[in-house]
Design a protein around this ligand. Structure first.
Ligand SMILES: [Zn+2]
Length: 755
């Protein structure tokens, strides 16, 4: 899958940079280690590996998916790792037949569900088992109905439709990609009574409006289709039939009907070449200005006079998925695990998504293997994970985490994720107590094009984003912090869309998601299509495999540091300051909502016509807003205050005393720090509204954003969704979690002070 944006909805304040020499392995040793690691990285090898792995379609259930798993296993063994394949049995629907056709028109029209090969791209040549345009976990069905164009098909669009007096009940909606996660489009359509959903890639988003079309340039060609998952991952990701437990052969399973994450209506993605025909056939009112895409037509809302026939039939049997698990055993602390993963399955050839990250991971594994052969021993156990089934719903990573949850909670000290990678800016999101660590690593790596550090280039990138006319307030705030060289640059908060989700959000483990991008992918014009090939990646996304190798270098340095450091790398002040910032945001949100409700109530009383509200604004709802109570934020105020105090005490004690600790005291310190982040994900709370699988009360994907993060989600989303009792409840629960974090940190401080 892909990240939504370099800067997800978040921002955070930072402490000044503290001198942290003591938390790293002896600097000279670490530098020597990194030097030999770097010397083993060879871009030509990454090139060759990708070419091989992307030579055939590799989606779940395809023969090449299994071959790739076996090949990766073989590679790890060759590199000297202790490796095996772990298999799970997951519900994975494979399409049998698909129909999108106009009924009753002058000329018959049927959409093309399989993309044509592209001249000059030998990979894209026809393969009979290449997956056609498809949305995993849509609900099979056969419907014929008029069409309604719903813009992006997000919540605000339905509010606008209501104001236009257009209903989607009994209709098939056509939504364009963009503005929010794909899976919410058919889900919202279903909730509003639609009987089917078509999603297409408008050229405004990643086609000719963004650059030359493939093969002349990287942008999406007319026949390109974006596949994807529409599993309702905002409830839980992974196998739809086994929430919370590993999908082993004998696991207890829900039935397909019982699973809440599978859609009830049929849905398919189509190309803009085909969408043009459907949208041209549309009658009814012309769309508002901001609903127009870049097609040379008059966009109309409908409903259409002509009907659309949409039919999907899938094979709903269980399929095996293959996770490759590889370990280098730790010599001194074998029960502390440094984990690093990237998925291996794609929608078709999957060169950029995910093999660009997968080959980086292989390069790291090979280099570390060579170092072991030359006599090096990691102090901690390094665990590398090549995930299967990420695309349909983070299947491989989620099932493995659920199966091994108890062991991971005891042993994992970090999970470092990557996914598709390309030329450009370094990005990093994750647990904010790791922010300083990420900055230290990024400061030490040079960007091959600009010759400044990747941290410096990242900061420049944030500044440039903040100057865009459309830049959000959070981005501007973030750029201001990133512009200060005395401060660490900010990690973005993790939502969903890649394999870190279960680790941070379900198990509460410290996690990072890293990579490069922003300059090489032409707006993602090959994303989830048959044209995400070796040819496309090596021509446009990362010529010379320079940035894929740089990802290997960056992740490798992180892993080497964590595998060897005598002391934890946590800087708690960063986390405390970030929580203070998030609390400020939710308080402001509550105030804005209260004000909006009051103004609206007054306007209604004064008979001010409701059309004066901007339909794109949250307060532009045609129905009256609920009056917003004054929330008692005292538990959160106190918890954040205590957190800041505990964090300062820990960071100060660490700077003063950590280097002097005896081996016994160091062991005690690790025992206090290892479970620290898990306090944020208490076992018996979870998010409300059927989202109890999401246990982390600080980081979660938004219910109505999908991939986009919502921080302090129990409180923030309750205010947004007018569930005011929940807001009060989660002010208490979130404060409890932060207090537990502070108490755990105090234990670590006591160890540092000789307790
Ligand atoms: Zn991916």
């Amino acid at each position: 899958m892909v990240r939504t944006a370099l800067l997800a909805a978040c921002c955070a304040a930072a402490l000044g940079v503290t001198a942290y020499a003591a938390d790293m392995p002896a600097a000279a040793d670490q530098a020597a280690l990194e030097k030999s690691f770097d010397a083993n990285l060879n871009p030509k090898e990454l090139d060759g590996w990708m070419k091989l792995m992307a030579s055939e379609p590799n989606h779940v259930g395809s023969p090449h998916d299994k071959q790739n798993a076996e090949w990766v296993l073989q590679k790890f063994k060759e590199f000297g790792w202790d490796a095996h394949i772990e298999t799970f049995q997951v519900l994975y629907p494979t399409p049998i037949s698909e129909t999108v056709e106009l009924v009753g028109g002058k000329k018959p029209f049927k959409a093309t569900m399989q993309e044509r090969p592209i001249p000059g791209d030998t990979s894209s040549r026809s393969k009979e088992y290449a997956l056609p345009g498809y949305l995993a976990y849509q609900g099979d069905g056969d419907v014929t109905a008029p069409m309604v164009y719903v813009n992006y098909g997000m919540q605000d669009d339905y509010k606008a439709l209501e104001r236009m007096g257009v209903s989607v009940k009994g209709k098939i909606v056509i939504a364009r990609y963009g503005a929010g996660w794909r899976g919410l489009k058919p889900l919202l359509a279903q909730m509003h009574g639609a009987v089917g959903c078509i999603i297409y890639s408008d050229p405004a988003n990643d086609g000719y409006a963004t650059g030359a079309s493939y093969p002349d340039g990287p942008a999406r060609p007319p026949q390109g289709i974006q596949r994807g998952s529409v599993e309702d991952m905002t409830l839980y990701p992974g196998d739809p039939l086994t929430p919370g437990v590993g999908a082993t052969a004998d696991a207890k399973r829900l039935t397909r009907e019982e699973s809440k994450v599978i859609l009830k209506i049929p849905a398919l993605p189509i190309s803009y070449a085909d969408a043009t025909v459907l949208l041209k056939a549309m009658t009814g009112r012309v769309v508002p200005g901001n609903w127009r895409g870049a097609l040379p037509i008059t966009y109309r809302v409908g409903p259409s006079d002509l009907k659309l026939h949409l039919a999907v039939k899938s094979d709903w049997s269980l399929k095996p998925i293959y996770d490759v698990v590889a370990k280098l055993p730790g010599s001194e602390y074998p029960d502390q695990w440094v984990m690093r993963g990237n998925h291996r399955d794609g929608w078709v050839y999957g060169a950029s998504d995910p093999l660009s990250g997968q080959v980086a991971m292989l390069a790291e594994a090979k280099s570390m293997g060579e170092m072991v052969k030359a006599g090096w021993k990691p102090k901690r156990t390094i665990v590398y994970l090549s995930w299967d089934g990420e695309e349909p719903g983070l299947l491989g990573s989620t099932e493995w985490a659920e199966e091994h949850a108890a062991e991971l909670k005891k042993k994992a000290i970090i999970y470092i994720n990557s996914d598709n990678n390309s030329r450009g800016y370094f990005f990093a999101g994750g647990s904010h107590d790791l922010q300083h660590f990420v900055n230290q690593v990024a400061d030490g790596i040079t960007d091959p094009e600009t010759h400044v550090s990747i941290a410096e280039r990242h900061r420049a990138g944030t500044r440039a984003q903040a100057l865009e006319p459309s830049a959000r307030e959070e981005v501007k705030a973030m750029a201001k912090i990133d512009a200060d060289p005395k401060k660490d640059f900010q990690l973005f908060a993790l939502g969903s869309g890649s394999d870190y989700s279960t680790y941070i959000e379900h198990l509460g483990l410290p996690a990072l998601d890293i990579g490069f991008g922003g300059e090489g992918d032409g707006g993602g014009g090959d994303y989830h299509s048959r044209y995400d090939t070796y040819e496309h990646h090596s021509r446009f996304d990362d010529p010379g495999f320079v940035y894929d190798t740089l990802l290997a270098k960056t992740a490798g340095h992180m892993v080497l540091t964590l595998a060897n450091t005598e002391l934890p790398v946590v800087q708690a002040g960063d986390f405390a300051d970030t929580m203070a910032l998030y609390l400020g945001e939710v308080k402001k949100l509550a105030d804005h909502r209260r004000e909006a409700a009051e103004i609206q109530a007054k306007d209604i009383a004064d008979h001010v016509f409701q059309d004066t509200y901007d339909p794109t604004m949250t307060n532009g709802m045609p129905t009256a807003l609920k009056p917003v109570p004054k929330f008692d934020f005292a538990p959160m105020d106190n918890a954040v205050k205590q957190l800041q105090k505990s964090a300062k005490a820990y960071d100060d004690a660490f700077a003063a005393d950590a280097a002097k600790l005896s081996p016994e005291a160091r062991a005690k310190l690790w025992a206090a720090i290892q479970p620290l982040d898990q306090t944020l994900a208490p076992e018996n709370v979870g998010l409300p509204g059927g989202r109890g699988w999401y246990k982390n009360l600080v980081y979660a994907p938004g219910r109505w954003t999908g991939y986009g993060a919502k921080t302090l989600p129990g409180i923030r989303e309750a205010i947004e969704d007018e569930r005011f009792d929940d807001a009060t409840k989660y002010i208490g629960a979130t404060a409890d979690a932060l207090n537990a974090y502070s108490a755990q940190l105090d234990k670590a401080t006591a160890v540092l002070k000789g307790g």
